[in-house]
Design a protein around this ligand. Structure first.
Ligand code: SF4
Ligand code: SF4
Length: 391
């Protein structure tokens, strides 16, 4: 395993971090024993940074991580979890949330405690709640060791937040498709110049740069003289930046864990050649040309009071554009989201435009507006190509 320093405290963190946002599922719930085995497999092979948050898997992520870290695993890792602004009604809730998290995670301290998914409005809310004073006190009490934040706002706000407190770390979305999104490359360099460790989330865009990578982009990678998996290309691009400390991978399959561990050993900073970097840039351009909505599938927008499964609708909408065969996307939309097979509707047409979801979306997608396009586009595609009613 390759390790990189946290400038403010000298911690040596594994470049591969285990993200507990997309744990393996079974019967619509987290497959607990499999998740625990995967987390321990990663730790046994040198991963020492594990990230979770209260909303992940509706609270199950922190619980399962707490169990995974029993039997001597807790003292082998740094645990990161988050204070989630949209779950806080009043300032007193901050202490309650932290206490509950310590209990759920079965630990007496959180190593890296992050203000979660800050953007302009959540940053303002956290300041109004006195969150910085709260973090300082929690640190004095020994309940948290390091103050940090995760971010989904604009570059200007990112710079403001970096300079507003003595953070040890920040967490940003960064991958070869999102170089200019949110904090982006400029934010990465800015944070590193201010001696913050940088944890990267969505290095593979929730599988968007692997399983869901469109054929046009895949064909560009196929021309590379060195054969690498799509995951390896994506992770190597992130770790090629010396300013990146950890890349969080939301691993939910044993082979993914093993493959990423292997890449983490060899993906040293500044090792991609100019030709390889050019290849990745061309693949990103090919992908961008096809993407209809910039949804990463993070599920922060859920639940929707009208029952719309927002990320699944956007996935079907994107898949329609990304894949040459429209049938799989139409089947998912019509049979599952429109409830023909399940009896429960979750399709875009249910949206009542209450706007609740917009504020929660870290990608700042105008969700209700896009859902209108989803309905129109999929209805039209269905009329042109009837879906497979026998599936
Ligand atoms: S705007 Fe539409 S999709 Fe968003 S929460 Fe409201 S009903 Fe659901
Ligand atoms: S719409 Fe936004 S919040 Fe919802 S899953 Fe997609 S990126 Fe996440």
């Amino acid at each position: 395993m390759q390790y990189r320093y946290v400038p403010k405290n000298g911690d040596l963190l594994s470049v591969l971090g285990f993200g507990c946002m997309r744990l393996p599922l079974k019967d619509n719930a987290v497959d607990e024993s499999r998740a625990i085995n995967q987390i321990r497999l990663a730790i046994d092979n040198g991963v020492n940074y594990i990230d979770t948050a209260l909303p992940y898997h509706q609270g199950a992520s922190e619980k399962i991580l707490g169990k995974a870290l029993q039997d001597g695993y807790r003292n082998q890792v740094k645990v990161a979890t988050k204070l989630t602004p949209f779950m806080l009604q009043k300032p007193e809730d901050m202490q309650k949330m932290l206490n509950k998290q310590l209990e759920t995670l079965q630990t007496d301290h959180i190593d890296y405690y992050l203000l979660h998914a800050l953007d302009e409005s959540y940053w303002e809310k956290m300041q109004t709640f006195g969150a910085l004073k709260f973090l300082e006190q929690a640190q004095k009490d020994g309940k948290i060791i390091n103050q940090a934040f995760s971010f989904h706002g604009s570059l200007t706000t990112f710079k403001e937040i970096v300079q507003a407190n003595d953070w040890a770390m920040c967490q940003i979305q960064y991958n070869y498709l999102d170089e200019q999104l949110q904090a982006g490359t400029e934010g990465l360099h800015f944070a590193a110049a201010h001696k913050l460790a940088v944890v990267v989330m969505e290095p593979l865009r929730g599988g968007g740069l692997v399983q869901k990578l469109p054929l046009d982009a895949k064909q560009i990678f196929d021309t590379a003289p060195i054969k690498r998996s799509l995951a390896e290309w994506g992770l190597r691009w992130v770790w090629n930046h010396p300013e990146v400390t950890v890349a969080l991978s939301g691993m939910n399959d044993e082979t993914q864990v093993t493959e990423n561990l292997k890449t983490a050993q060899v993906a040293l900073p500044n090792t991609l050649t100019p030709n390889e970097l050019d290849l990745i840039t061309r693949a990103a351009e090919a992908y961008r040309r096809l993407l209809r909505v910039n949804c990463t599938g993070c599920q922060y927008c859920l639940p929707c009071p009208s029952g719309v499964n927002i990320p699944s609708n956007f996935q079907a909408y994107n898949d329609l554009s990304l894949n040459s065969d429209p049938l799989p996307a139409l089947n998912i939309y019509n049979l599952f989201l429109k409830g023909i097979l399940t009896g429960v509707r979750a399709d875009a047409a249910l949206c009542k435009k209450c706007l609740q979801c917009i504020k929660r979306c870290p990608q700042h997608i105008n969700i209700p507006e896009k859902l209108v396009h989803v309905t129109e586009t999929i209805n039209q595609a269905t009329a042109n190509k009837p879906f497979d009613k026998d599936q």
